[in-house]
Every structure is written in C-alpha cells, then in structure tokens.
Design a protein around this ligand. Structure first.
Ligand SMILES: *[C@@H]1O[C@H](CO)[C@@H](O)[C@H](O)[C@H]1NC(C)=O
Ligand SMILES: *[C@@H]1O[C@H](CO)[C@@H](O)[C@H](O)[C@H]1NC(C)=O
Ligand SMILES: *[C@@H]1O[C@H](CO)[C@@H](O)[C@H](O)[C@H]1NC(C)=O
Ligand SMILES: *[C@@H]1O[C@H](CO)[C@@H](O)[C@H](O)[C@H]1NC(C)=O
Ligand SMILES: *[C@@H]1O[C@H](CO)[C@@H](O)[C@H](O)[C@H]1NC(C)=O
Length: 381
C-alpha cells in the first residue's frame, strides 16, 4: 500500500484556531472589486474552495471508508509547519526531468537532499524510456515513478515534486533590496530549494525571464506560469496532480492551463515565484523543429469548457457571502493571461490538501475524470 497516497486524503483534523490564516474571503472581495470581473471570479472561486475546505476541516465530519486512515502514525500532520524527514538521508526534493536523451544540466547535480529521475523519449539513456509520449504523459509517468519511490520510504516521501524540461536554464540574480535572506547560495538550484523550504509554496517556480517589471517584493505571484520548472508541494497531489492529459490531442499546452487554473482556484496566494532565481529555456516551441510534433491550439476556451463539465450544475455549496451557489458560474468568462494581483503568502499552517468530501460536494462524481482523481487518491500504486 502506498502510505503517501493514503495520507494525502486521510487527515481531516480540526484546524488550529490560534494559527494565522489568511482571511481569504475578505481579501478576495476587497481586492477583486478593483479588478475586472474575470479575475474577481477566479478569486472568488479560490476562496470558495478554500473556505469550504476549511469549513470541512473544522466541522464534524463523518469520514467515509475512503477517508479512513489505516496508515497509523504519519509524519503528514497537516498542521506541521515545517517538514522534517524521519531519516536524514531521505531527500526532500525529487527532480523529474524529461528530454530526448539524458544529459548534464548546468548547475544541477544529485545531492543527499535531491534525487533526480530522468525520462527520455528518443533513446534509453534515462531511468524511464517513454517513446511517443506527450509532455503531460511523460510528466505523469515520472510522477508515478516518484510516488513509487516515495512509497518505499517510511516518512511520507518527498516534500517537493519538481518537474523540469531538459533545456531549463536557471540563473541566480541578486536583488539585495528585496531578498529575504543575505546568505542565499549562489547555485540557482540550491537557492531555489531554500526558497521552497522557507516559503513552502503550494506551487513554486523561479521568476520567468520574460517579466520586465522590477521586483517590488520578495516573492511574486502570477496567473500564467510556464511549465519549464514547477515545484509542487506534496499535499497538492490531493487534487492538482496528475496532469490532465485528456485534451493533449488538441493542444499540448492545455495540461499546463489546468495546472495554472486549478492553482489559481485552490492556492491563490500560495502559487508563488522567487525573484532571485530566473528561469528560461532556449528551445522555443514557436521557432524550432519541435513545431509540428505536437498539436498546439491556443484557444483556451477549449480547456475551460471542458473543465466546466467536471462540475455538477445541481450541486451547490454554502458560501460566506452569497449563500448557496454553484461553482460552475465561475467559468462563464474566457480564461485570460494576466498578472493577477494578490498577496503572496508563506504557507504557515495553511492546509494544501483537498478533501474527498469537498471533491464529491462540488464536482460531478459520475464524470470519468473526476472518478479518476478519486481513484488516484485511493489506489495503492
Ligand atoms: C513512435 O511513432 C512513430 C511515428 O508514428 C512510429 O513510427 C514509431 O514506431 C513509434 N515508436 C514506438 C516505440 O511506439
Ligand atoms: C529592487 O532593485 C531592482 C534592481 O535594481 C529594481 O528594478 C526594483 O525596482 C527594486 N525594487 C524595489 C522595491 O525597490
Ligand atoms: C508588484 O508588481 C506587480 C507586477 O508589476 C504588480 O502586479 C503588483 O501590483 C505590484 N505590487 C505592489 C504591491 O505594488
Ligand atoms: C475556441 O473554442 C471555442 C469553444 O470550443 C469555440 O466556440 C470558438 O469558436 C473557438 N475560437 C476560435 C477563435 O477558434
Ligand atoms: C455528470 O457527468 C456525466 C458523465 O460525463 C454526465 O452524463 C452527466 O450529465 C453529468 N451530470 C451533471 C449534473 O452535470
């Protein structure tokens, strides 16, 4: 049995009442009023999800069989603010890289705290060979491998699942005016890990090189983030992963759209980037020979319309401000790529796990993709 997966959906303890927790709903209303309607909806959706999840954490809740934890003592206490592996030799980070064939990546080496797994699709030089796979399928295969390895451990597994494209380039940039520490390592991967450990974002990534505005705070937040390198906190495996590859035949970009959109909805203030590490990749889909290898529609109404089918239009949830409402109404506008205002937050005692109860309350549990997520949370892999 996979302890990791069981743990992901099993702990529904009352939240600590003394802990600092973002008054999510209030912030969403005041900020969103200043923004355009679509962003407002995204905020509201996120806050609905979070407040509902929190309600569940606090409320008396008869656990279903699926929610019953049989894994005994686990280190996955939701209120643990910092992760401490049982075994000092167990890495906290697993880097999941895919490319045509394995090669060195500047600055990135395995360390006692960093495990690296390669998937290759042109030759067998990697740990996993997966020819003719899409970007999303390859990442999911890597994820399965990482979870298998995590299940071998007795401490709940890795803290972060870090997905990378093999042409990733990270650069450390020193902004003394906004850096949260003066002792950051020069190596960009070491530095990125310090960022992850200090902030514990739900989804963390380096600053995209394409951002032209100067940093105005230590960390930032944006709706659109490239998949070049994304680090997922293990508790986000409760819903955000695996990648949704259902529409890969239409566009290989949609899998990342789902990641971005679900991240905005579930983890608005906790999907953050650091300014002191920049990310770029030289191999651009637009002007190289990869063009044509994948279908690449950029009509993001398609994944949005598809996502709408996951919701049950008859299911309503109690919201703080609006009473009973269907979350389906949050998908009426086109998806947009905008820097979304928000206040990036440290994790503190925020709960990143999405409960089974929440999923069955909001989504259409007859939908094959929703069933797949519920399965993913239960099946020993
Ligand atoms: C991959 O796809 C190509 C082109 O369709 C095909 O010729 C080849 O046999 C496939 N390789 C594998 C291992 O499936
Ligand atoms: C920090 O320094 C950078 C580079 O000089 C600059 O672009 C940015 O505006 C500064 N940020 C603040 C908050 O002063
Ligand atoms: C910081 O800069 C971002 C991007 O330019 C902007 O969206 C955000 O509102 C700014 N935040 C503050 C506090 O000025
Ligand atoms: C984008 O997709 C939507 C939904 O499938 C469709 O109605 C619309 O016509 C498409 N837009 C373009 C520009 O192709
Ligand atoms: C739930 O999903 C199933 C399968 O996709 C579909 O047939 C059904 O109409 C959906 N129900 C609602 C209420 O959306």
């Amino acid at each position: 049995m996979n302890r990791l997966l069981i743990s992901v959906q099993s702990k529904l303890r009352p939240a600590k009442t003394t802990g600092k927790r973002e008054p999510c709903w209030h912030i969403s209303i005041t900020r969103a009023m200043k923004n355009i309607y679509v962003l407002y909806l995204i905020f509201v959706f996120g806050c609905l999800l979070l407040s509902l999840s929190l309600t569940h954490l606090r409320g008396p809740f008869k656990q279903s069989a699926a929610n019953t934890c049989e894994c005994g003592k686990s280190t996955l206490d939701p209120m643990d603010t910092k992760f401490t592996p049982n075994d000092e030799n167990s890495p906290q980070f697993v880097y999941l890289i895919q490319g045509a064939s394995m090669h060195a990546i500047q600055g990135l080496n395995a360390t006692p705290n960093r495990e690296i797994i390669w998937l290759t699709f042109r030759d067998r030089t990697g740990d996993i060979y997966f020819p003719n796979s899409t970007h999303g399928e390859g990442r999911n295969r890597l994820l399965t491998e990482a979870i298998d390895r995590a299940a071998e451990r007795k401490d709940g597994g890795y803290l972060y699942y870090v997905f990378l494209d093999d042409d990733v380039e990270l650069v450390s940039v020193n902004f003394a005016n906004i850096s949260w520490r003066t002792d950051l390592p020069e190596n960009p991967y070491d530095r990125f890990e310090e960022f992850l450990l200090d902030y514990e974002p739900a989804v963390g990534y380096p600053r995209p090189i394409t951002f032209h505005t100067g940093p105005n705070s230590t960390v930032g937040l944006s709706y659109n983030f490239d998949a070049i390198i994304n680090a997922f906190h293990r508790h986000t495996l409760s819903f955000l992963l695996p990648y949704i590859t259902d529409l890969d035949h239409v566009s290989w970009w949609f899998a990342q759209w789902f990641i971005m959109h679900t991240s905005a909805a579930f983890y608005n203030s906790y999907r953050i980037f650091t300014h002191v590490v920049h990310m770029k990749n030289p191999r651009l889909h637009w002007h190289n020979k990869l063009k044509g290898a994948y279908t690449d529609s950029s009509n993001f109404s398609i994944p949005r319309d598809y996502y709408r089918t996951w919701f049950d239009k008859n299911k309503r949830v109690n919201t703080v401000k609006w009473g009973s409402a269907s979350l389906l109404t949050t998908f009426n506008r086109p998806p947009m790529y905008l820097l979304m205002k928000g206040r990036p937050m440290e994790k503190n005692n925020m709960e990143y796990r999405v409960s089974t109860r929440f999923i069955t309350t909001v989504f259409n549990t007859s939908h094959p993709s929703v069933q797949r997520i519920i399965q993913w949370r239960n099946i020993p892999m």
